[in-house]
Write a protein that binds this ligand. Structure first.
Ligand SMILES: Nc1nc2c(ncn2[C@@H]2O[C@H](COP(=O)(O)OP(=O)(O)OP(=O)(O)O)[C@@H](O)[C@H]2O)c(=O)[nH]1
Ligand SMILES: [Mg+2]
Length: 238
């Protein structure tokens, strides 16, 4: 078992239901974290390529258990990706405050956190429509889950149709993408290492240096990395 889904609460289960309608998840271990299955540790393998966590922020289940879940998961994988939703404003201040709290914990520990703001949906009528943006982002990322994490990040950004620089916080219409700052540098180097190291080690080092200093100087380094790593023809054929 190489990949794990943890679905927290009702929202987590709903999102994963939509994902599994579209994508074959036979190679994924799926755990529904609800009142019936709090013994997470006992159900897990010793390592995973990716661990995905799904939940509706503001819910009691994610708020009460996210720290513990992340603590259990962190040593088991290098890639923790969270896909979650922010509550509608009409659900009240308590939910909104809980959501912020849970999100802060996720941002600290997870590698990539993708957040859909329910309030910014353009008008949704069915559950599937409500979950469409976050499901699309998750599916894009899953399609790249066999590659270094950078590719998942690129795919998620791609589905939002926003041309953006690589930075820790990427805000789009409905979806926000938060990349753990400590991991960001190594996401880039992992990807460059795999793709370019063999053909030209010096080239990689120079390119890497350049991209990283651009990033540190606040320039938009992402499109450059994107060019280096994902030539358009290669991207289109996959
Ligand atoms: N986009 C989307 N949001 C949802 C969905 N279900 C719930 N939510 C949101 O997620 C938040 C958490 O809800 P739940 O997943 O039910 O939380 P829970 O921990 O299971 O239980 P409660 O806290 O008792 O509701 C809600 O406040 C909603 O904003 C869903 O299917 N799609
Ligand atoms: Mg609920």
């Amino acid at each position: 078992m190489n990949n794990l889904f943890i679905c927290i609460g009702q929202c987590g289960a709903n999102i994963v239901k939509d994902i599994s309608d579209t994508s074959k998840l036979s190679e994924w271990q799926i755990i529904y974290y609800d009142k019936m299955s709090l013994n997470l540790k006992e159900q897990l393998d010793s390592n995973y390529i990716n661990i995905y966590i799904f939940c509706g922020l503001g819910g009691k289940m994610s708020n009460d258990h996210i720290s513990e879940i992340l603590k259990v998961c962190r040593p088991l994988t290098i890639n923790i990706l969270c896909f979650c939703t922010l509550p509608f404003a009409i659900e009240g201040d308590n939910r909104s405050a809980r959501a912020k709290e849970t999100l802060a914990i996720m941002r600290e520990v997870a590698d990539i956190v993708v957040v859909q703001s329910n309030d910014k949906l353009p008008g949704a009528y069915t559950l599937s429509q409500i979950n469409d943006p976050i499901v699309k982002a998750a599916l894009a990322s899953i399609s790249q889950s066999h590659k270094p994490l950078f590719y998942a990040l690129s795919a998620i950004i791609d589905t939002t149709n926003i041309d953006t620089g690589l930075k820790p916080y990427i805000s789009t219409d409905i979806i926000d993408i938060v990349v753990n700052e400590n991991r960001l540098k190594n996401i880039v180097s992992e990807a460059l290492g795999v793709d370019k190291m063999i053909s030209s080690p010096d080239g990689v080092r120079n390119t890497m240096q350049e991209i990283w200093s651009d990033y540190q100087n606040g320039k938009q380094g992402y499109s450059k990395i994107y060019e280096v790593l994902l030539p358009t023809d290669k991207l289109k054929t996959e």
